[in-house]
Design a protein around this ligand. Structure first.
Ligand code: 5GP
Length: 203
């Protein structure tokens, strides 16, 4: 996909941050506030569903083999290997919605975010931070639905992810949930209103 050939009318919002920081709750809050103008891109993953997760709702779940075939068919705008599993952004959904003028939220890791930024340099990049690393560690431990091995992996990755915060235009600290939702709402509102005020995009 070549972004210069794609008429993009919607904005692409990238939301990243370490595991356990609350990205999904925050993204859901934004989608319910801004629907139908803002849509959430459901990723495909080879990780097993956790209790309560449904195929097509949190993720599209598939096997590693199916994921690798989808990579070959170039079905992803980006994909990455995170915590030992594949995760990817379905390309068609992303492009179709942007072309239809809807804004799309990607809740993706820092590797995926860097790849998307290359293809979509106008992406609005938002990093979600925990109040402290200790607080993050206790949140990750509390919600631990994975094995001890995977838990350690997530904590290590969380430290590495935090190193990328300077690559992002906005940083939102998720200490008080309502305050973080309020901050994110302001960021989205500003961009969504700007785009509405602009002329329709041309090729
Ligand atoms: P979880 O397994 O906890 O749902 O997600 C683990 C990590 O994978 C999170 O940081 C999440 O943002 C990231 N992730 C989810 N979907 C994608 C995707 O499509 N691409 C990339 N690169 N990362 C993703």
């Amino acid at each position: 996909m070549n972004s210069s050939q794609t008429p993009r009318k919607g904005y692409l919002f990238i939301v990243s941050g370490p595991s356990g920081v609350g990205k999904t709750v925050l993204c859901n809050a934004i989608v319910s506030k801004f629907a139908p103008d803002v849509v959430y891109s459901i990723s495909t993953t080879s990780r097993a569903p956790r209790g309560g997760e449904t195929n097509g709702q949190e993720y599209f779940f598939c096997t590693a083999e199916e994921f690798e075939k989808a990579i070959e068919r170039e079905e992803f705008a980006e994909w990455a290997f995170v915590h030992g599993n594949y995760y990817g952004t379905p390309r068609r959904f992303l492009v179709d919605n942007l072309e239809a003028g809807r804004h799309v939220i990607l809740n993706i890791d820092v590797q995926g975010a860097m790849k998307i930024r290359e293809k979509f340099p106008e992406s609005i990049m938002i990093f979600i931070l925990p109040p402290t690393f200790d607080e993050l560690e206790s949140r990750i431990r509390k919600r631990n639905m994975d094995s001890e091995h995977s838990l350690r992996h997530r904590l290590e990755n969380a430290r590495k992810e935090l190193d990328y915060r300077d690559q992002y235009r906005y940083a939102v600290i998720n200490d008080d949930l309502d305050a973080a939702i309020g901050e994110l709402t302001n960021i989205f509102a500003e961009h969504v209103q700007n785009r509405q005020a602009e002329q329709p995009a041309t090729k």
